[in-house]
Ligand binder design. Structure first.
Ligand code: HDE
Length: 700
């Protein structure tokens, strides 16, 4: 049969029937199925056999190539940050920052630079769930016209360790235990807390890790931080220290622990889906980039060392200057090619950005390139489309596995004088526009004996842990105590719990007592601190609840409306409109996905089926049931749980009068967050009701 003839149905070998829709067009067209050698494939359903029921022939190159390629589809996952989700977008500078830096993205007001941003969890494997208690990676690749700049940060502004040499130990301790291979994506086990309790420098980060920051509601509602002190360098070579901050326009929002656990079961891809769907529907997430810029004199005036990555500079001490925004407006076309193959490296800096001597940062500069060679298999991974700079790349590096470029000419070394023969000679150095390492502080400060020591200025491990804990709002402090009790309850070895509580005694005696009570263990004496613990001025900017980035509306959020047969059409219609007007998404949930027959006889299609859409998926819920619907759903466990969880997770519940028996059955008690379905619902839906919490769970 001719190749390009269209035929609908054909009876294949063995009498099976399948649809074949052959391609049209000539040999230049792209709609033909081919092998990797470009040979058109006539049959993608059957192997080549000797006779219909006979043996398969080794000469079937179509089969062999297809299976061969499939066999090699997986690459090693990232050793950390394996689970990630990413998007394309742009960075827009709010001003011309040339007084501070000559870095290309900041050279003019309104200038746009393309970016690719990947968010990740740290401990779990690539197939692990999205909502464990974990730090989140926040890595941004800026494709500037002067090369790629990667700002590879986290959603927490400090780190567990001060020196890169401890990183393998930290990661080994948090990952699945070496002999048993569990737990996956969880820090609640002996080896992690053993290591942490022996490393007092981790205490500040532990306060953040046990706070609501590590159970974000969405990747869109997280802050990001560069952590280390970097330098910005202007055209005159003047250098300024900077710390980078990403502030989400969506606000900062977290889940309750019980909610995060239930989301993991209801939708393991909750964050990935949320990011993809938000961008897909045109609700582009946005972050503002801010810097804390300071000079050496200011750094020297601080009671801690700005090279120590376990320290912040509170915003009250040095305000964050907002310098631009990042908008993520395009989903990846292909998860593997882009999100999986992207390779970030803190060592990728452009002229105008430079490093400091932070010993954690310095170790990172080696690690990323090294691990990427192992993960992506060749030193040429920078040629992959997602990693390739969007400016010319010209040098004399050659060859290697998977070389994608075909460099021309004889010159593959520099200097050369081939131009005297009239040949192409290749690129030359750029002393003026090229990257020049900033000497920063006087060179003599960087000379000294070869030592393996920690500076004295890194010795205070507790003052900022105390600062963080005491700056939190009361419910957030309770959550920290709750998380510590939960995690240490999963630790089997009692001496580890005791040692950890002794360290907590230095943070705050009340916290140590709360945790000890929660474990029903005696409060140990505080451990010996390497430096006296200071009471620093509190920093309310560190709070989520009542903090500067608490969301003040429902924009970007999801509100579930539960309907069933008999639900009032007018109410549901009005509610949907009001939710959408406020910039949120209304999701119609019904017992059956085909929808429900409303009071006016119309069929309203459901976006989700009740059993598959527990209320943890939404930020607030509206129960729009009639008497008939309520009567039916009183017998449906998923409906009772829907309401009970929303109440337990401190969410707003809007309910029709007729729904009341369902609310009663779910144990809902009236409070400011339980309202009717009139105009006030949208406003009520904008927050969580923290006052409700002591009534629904025992907090330590
Ligand atoms: Fe990383 N880290 N890291 N890290 N890191 C990696 O690089 C490492 C650290 C961070 O979405 C790896 O390509 C060392 C701090 C992010 O692809 C690896 C040390 C911060 C990502 C590596 C640190 C980070 C990584 C694994 C201690 C926040 C994911 C795969 C000195 C500022 C990037 C890879 C992505 C990934 C090493 C500490 C952030 C092994 C040695 C501090 C967001 O190279």
């Amino acid at each position: 049969m001719a190749d390009d003839t269209r035929f609908d149905t054909e009876t294949g070998n063995g009498g099976e029937t399948h649809q074949r829709i052959p391609a049209k067009g000539d040999h230049a067209s792209t709609d033909h199925l081919t092998t990797n050698q470009g040979i058109r494939v006539s049959d993608n359903q059957n192997q080549l056999k000797s006779g219909a029921r006979g043996p398969v022939l080794l000469e079937d190159f179509v089969l062999r190539e297809k299976i061969f390629h499939f066999d090699h589809e997986r690459i090693p996952e990232r050793i950390v940050h394996a689970r990630g989700s990413a998007a394309h977008g742009y960075f827009e500078s709010y001003e011309d920052l040339s007084d501070l830096t000559r870095a290309a993205p900041f050279s003019a007001k309104g200038k746009k630079t393309p970016v690719f941003t990947r968010f990740s969890t740290v401990a779990g494997g690539a197939g692990s769930v999205d909502t464990p208690r974990d730090v989140r990676g926040f890595a941004v690749k800026f494709y500037t016209e002067e090369g790629n700049w990667d700002l590879v940060g986290n959603n927490i502004p400090v780190f567990f360790i001060q020196d890169a040499i401890k990183f393998p130990d930290l990661i080994h301790s948090v990952k699945m235990e070496a002999d048993r291979g569990y737990p996956q994506a969880a820090s609640a086990h002996d080896t992690f807390w053993d290591f942490i309790s022996l490393m007092p420098e981790s205490t500040h980060m532990i306060m953040w890790a046990m706070s609501d920051r590590t159970i974000p509601r969405s990747l869109r509602t997280m802050e990001g931080f560069g952590i280390h002190t970097f330098r910005m360098v202007n055209a005159k070579g003047k250098s300024t220290f900077v710390k980078f901050h990403w502030k989400p326009k969506q606000g900062v929002q977290s889940t309750c622990w019980d909610e995060a656990v239930k989301i993991a079961g209801a939708d393991p891809d909750f964050h990935r889906r949320d990011l993809f769907e938000a961008i897909d529907r045109g609700d582009f997430p946005e972050w503002e980039l801010g810097i804390q810029a300071f000079d050496a004199e200011f750094a020297d005036s601080l009671p801690y060392d700005v090279l120590d990555p376990t320290k912040i500079i509170p915003e009250e001490v040095l305000p964050v200057r907002i310098i631009g925004r990042m908008v993520l407006d395009r989903c990846p076309d292909n998860f593997f090619a882009e999100t999986e193959q992207v390779a970030y490296c803190p060592g990728n800096v452009v002229p105008g950005i430079d490093f400091t001597n932070d010993p954690l940062l310095q170790g990172r500069l080696f690690s990323y390139l090294d691990t990427q060679k192992s993960r992506l298999g060749t030193a040429n991974f920078h040629q992959l489309p997602i990693n390739a700079p969007k400016c010319p790349v010209m040098n004399f590096q050659r060859d290697g596995q998977m070389q994608m470029n075909v460099p021309k000419g004889r010159a593959n070394y520099e200097p050369n004088s081939l131009d005297m023969t009239g040949e192409e000679t290749g690129p030359r150095e750029c002393p003026v526009t090229g990257f020049v390492t900033d000497r920063g502080r006087a060179a003599e400060e960087e000379q000294g004996d070869k030592l393996r020591v920690r500076p004295e200025s890194f010795a205070d491990h507790y003052s900022q842990a105390r600062l963080f804990y005491r700056s939190l709002a009361e419910p957030e402090q309770a959550h920290v105590a709750f998380a510590l009790v939960f995690e240490l309850s999963k630790v089997g070895l009692e001496h580890i719990r005791e040692r950890m509580m002794a360290n907590l005694g230095n943070v705050d005696p009340d916290l140590a007592k709360r945790v000890a009570d929660g474990l029903n263990m005696p409060v140990p004496k505080p451990s010996k601190a390497a430096a006296p613990v200071q009471d620093m001025d509190l920093s309310p900017a560190l709070r989520i609840i009542g903090g500067p980035l608490e969301p003040d509306g429902i924009k970007g959020q999801t509100i579930a409306i539960l309907v069933a047969d008999g639900s009032d059409a007018g109410t549901v219609g009005k509610l949907t409109k009001a939710i959408e007007k406020a910039g949120a998404r209304a999701v119609i949930v019904a017992p059956k996905v085909g929808g429900a027959k409303l009071s006016d006889g119309s069929m309203l299609k459901a976006d989700a089926q009740l059993a598959g859409y527990p209320s943890v998926m939404a930020d607030a819920i509206a129960i729009a049931l009639s008497d008939e619907g309520t009567k039916m759903l009183l017998k449906e466990g998923a409906a009772v749980q829907f309401v009970m969880d929303a109440f337990g997770h401190l969410k707003a519940i809007g309910a029709s009068e007729a729904s009341k028996p369902l609310l009663d059955k779910a144990g809902v008690e009236p409070d400011a967050g339980v309202v009717g379905l009139d105009d006030g619902f949208v406003e009520a839906a904008a927050k969580r009701y923290w006052d409700r919490e002591p009534g629904v769970r025992m907090l330590p």
